[in-house]
Design a binder for this molecule. Structure first.
Ligand code: FES
Length: 177
């Protein structure tokens, strides 16, 4: 059939179809970007978050007495989603030498109360249900299911750093909370 140059209904229909296919493709691509970009961001973000550590500067190791538990008040940064706020942590440090310090979590392994050092008895004592621990954290009495939790430490140029971690109470194994 010879081309007449006259626009027919069929020509208009296929033009509309082409336009609709093109517009749908753009819309689908755009929707994919809207869903995909935050998803990729959250996957990448979460892998960075799990790799993050939380080292806190404690201070000069030389200032700690040898063999005597010391309650340390340190400032940690609590990061919850995108909110960062300072939190005071109370830790127990027992120095063995300027190159060796044990830092204990302040949380009783029984049900999570805060225990204290009793200089008269030379033990850590929990006021809640009577768990008793030696200065190195081993259980001496009471319902505590495991020794006190030690925290990772490092000493650089005479300064002590500790990594804050929390563990589940009431279990015989040291499991992250
Ligand atoms: Fe410490 Fe129960 S919470 S003994």
């Amino acid at each position: 059939m010879e081309e007449t140059g006259i626009v027919t209904d069929d020509d208009n229909g296929s033009g509309r179809r082409r336009f609709l296919i093109w517009a749908t493709g753009i819309l689908v691509s755009f929707s994919g970007m809207i869903v995909g970009i935050p998803l990729i961001g959250s996957i990448i973000g979460s892998s960075f978050r799990t790799a993050k550590t939380n080292w806190i500067t404690v201070g000069d190791v030389g200032a700690l007495p040898i063999g005597q538990p010391v309650n340390l008040k340190v400032v940690d940064n609590n990061v919850d989603a995108y909110v960062r706020e300072p939190v005071i942590r109370h830790l127990w440090a027992v120095k063995h030498s300027n190159a060796d310090v044990t830092v204990l979590s302040p949380i009783c392994t029984h049900l999570g109360c805060q225990f204290n050092w009793n200089p008269a008895s030379g033990h850590f004592e929990c006021p809640c249900h009577g768990s008793i621990y030696a200065a190195d954290g081993t259980v001496l009495g009471g319902p505590a299911p495991r020794r006190l939790d030690t925290l990772p430490t490092r000493i650089e140029n005479g300064r002590l750093f500790v990594e804050w971690k929390q563990f589940r109470s009431g279990t015989s194994d040291k499991v992250p909370a």
